[in-house]
Design a protein around this ligand. Structure first.
Ligand SMILES: [Cu+2]
Length: 68
């Protein structure tokens, strides 16, 4: 099990939080997703077959790219 924490500057409201949590939770292997509006951070716990590259690509695709 791997836990990652990303800064996602595009989080601006509860709708963003909901979208991120729903989309990332759909990835096979993802155990939990916690997006936080105040800190603009997303914490994700996952296992194979999910990968960090896949999660990063998905976030970019739904318009919530991770801060460089
Ligand atoms: Cu929003």
């Amino acid at each position: 099990m791997t836990t990652v924490k990303y800064s996602v500057p595009n989080i601006s409201c509860m709708h963003c939080v909901h979208t991120i949590q729903t989309e990332v939770a759909d990835v096979k292997g993802v155990q939990s997703v916690k997006a936080d509006q105040a800190s603009k951070m997303v914490e994700i716990v996952f296992d194979a077959p999910a990968s960090e590259d896949q999660i990063k690509a998905l976030l970019a695709e739904i318009n919530y790219p991770i801060a460089a």
